[in-house]
Design a protein around this ligand. Structure first.
Ligand code: PMP
Length: 343
């Protein structure tokens, strides 16, 4: 069994957590004279540092235990916290499968951690033969697996993911930002068996609250303890906690939107396959499509001229554009524009 304490940086293991006023007194009513807040107004009080009500709602929504939930100021904060907990600057390494979400690399650089990039194979799957010999590297501390992957859109083979989680002696972070759009199941059940696993999800995609900046880490209580230990005490604002709570009190619109986006993904994918300038539409388990074109820079610029903004991924995958699924009317505008570009 992996001992999480031994994977944690020594200074973090020994660190004394900042104790805020709401750690000392947890009640909700009384004359509050403990946090140097302004006694007037509606947003005058600090937020609940452990987001108890929101975690309670997430626990029912995701069918996980509250004690296994950590919330960050977006998944991006969680990524950074993980670097700070598990990786020693200037010494340790992390592994990513590229092309993938850019923040793993940015956060690695900020924390002075070496990033190993193993290219995904031609089906955008993990090249296991290349990865397996790396698993015994003592300075390799974290493996990031993005599934469904951004920008390719596909989910990773579950057998490969499960192999890495069970064989690697460091932490594995599976970024499931797009999981709601996939017909394949989440890997969240694995957290019960594997203490070295962190599943990341977010309110930014299917739940439609990118502005609220709420990322979710689902993991065992030993890891949660360290995340809580080093996070800024009030990292999720009251306004954002309330927005997320409201979203979870009625999940019908979430379900309808996910269904519509998935339907539109299939419709757009089929139509784009018949558009002349589209050379390939890659299969997607996410809310976007990766497409190959003859000249991505030209098509990107031409779409901008028509006020349609897609993501030019030419710098990471040759001549590829990433198209987020929009509303049906927006998708129709894109189709019309692409049908009339001739180069
Ligand atoms: N993970 C992936 C794979 C993403 O593509 C993104 C955003 N594009 C994020 C995480 C960021 O999530 P958040 O908004 O929760 O920081």
């Amino acid at each position: 069994m992996i001992d999480i304490d031994l994977l944690v940086r020594e200074n973090v293991r020994g660190l004394r957590q900042y104790s805020c006023a709401r750690d000392d007194f947890k009640g909700e009513t009384g004359v509050f004279m403990d946090a140097n807040e302004n006694p007037y107004g509606r947003l005058n009080r600090y937020p609940d540092p452990y987001q108890v009500k929101l975690k309670n709602a997430i626990a029912s929504f995701r069918e996980v235990k509250e004690e296994n939930i950590f919330l960050g100021n977006g998944s991006d904060e969680i990524i950074d916290l993980c670097f700070r907990i598990f990786c020693r600057p200037g010494e340790d390494k992390v592994l990513t499968f590229t092309p993938t979400y850019g923040m793993y690399e940015v956060s690695a650089s900020v924390n002075d951690i070496e990033i190993i990039k193993v290219p995904l194979n031609s089906n955008f799957q993990i090249d296991m033969d290349r990865v397996i010999p790396m698993l015994s590297d003592k300075n390799l501390k974290v493996i990031f697996i993005c599934s469904p992957n951004n920008p390719s859109g596909n989910a990773m083979n579950s057998g490969d993911v499960e192999f890495l989680v069970s064989e690697f002696r460091g932490m594995v972070i599976i970024d499931e930002a797009y999981i709601d759009f996939s017909d394949k199941p989440s890997f969240v059940k694995l957290i019960e068996k594997h203490p070295n696993l962190i599943i990341m999800q977010t309110f930014s995609k299917a739940l439609g609250l990118a502005a609220a900046r709420i990322g979710i880490a689902l993991t065992n209580t030993a890891v949660i303890k360290y995340l809580n230990k080093i996070k800024p005490p009030y990292n999720v604002s009251t306004i954002n906690q309330l927005a997320a709570l409201r979203k979870l009190t009625n999940t019908e619109s979430y379900r309808n939107q996910v269904d519509s986006i998935k339907r539109e993904r299939e419709r757009l994918s089929e139509i784009l396959k018949s558009v002349k300038i589209i050379k390939e539409v890659y299969p997607s388990d996410a809310n976007f499509l990766l497409v190959k074109v003859p000249d991505a820079n030209f098509i990107y610029d031409t779409l901008i001229e028509r006020n349609i903004i897609v993501r030019n991924r030419n710098s990471v995958i040759d001549n590829c554009l990433r198209i987020t699924i929009g509303k049906p009317s927006e998708n129709n505008k894109l189709i019309k524009a692409l049908q009339t570009i001739t180069k």
